[in-house]
Design a binder for this molecule. Sequence first.
Ligand SMILES: [Zn+2]
Length: 187
Amino acid sequence: MVSADVALKWLKEGNDIYISSEKNHRGDISLEKRLHTHHHGQNPYAVIVTCSDSRVIPESIFMSGIGDLFVIRLAGNVVADFGLGSVEYAVEHLGCKLVLVMGHSMCGAIHAAIENKHNNYLSTIINEIQAAIKDEKDSNKAAKLNVINTINKIKSNEIIKEFIEKEDVVVMGSIYHTHSGKVEFFK
Ligand SMILES: [Zn+2]
């Protein structure tokens, strides 16, 4: 088991390497690691809840490999029941001690929510974001408010709440900056 503090340290170290790298040479994607995790199961050190945006690639941003991160992605990094179920699974059954919600700059879902442009299935996501950001028109501020809303949803989940009360899991927020590659971790 990896503690939340160590997990956070690894994420920060990985992100520092990512910013100055051309390719992901740190994450272990070797045959050996593939076979080991195949036979012995996964033991990821962090859960990442983030956006589906193709510019936001958690395994590269944190320079991680097979079995390192349990990633949940939906446009706008919202979590509904399926997402919460996935977080529950990672915390309760895989022993993850750190859940990081990661919004990002230039998020299309946030812009759509601000501009109120949406239809059909996308509306379910936009309505969720609009409830979180209310009248905020600044996309960076709105992205933060949206991350906080997702954190609150995760924290109010019955199972996660128990783990938080036991100080057995940490749920925190962050913003990925698409221009610099830097992850800004919330205090
Ligand atoms: Zn996005």
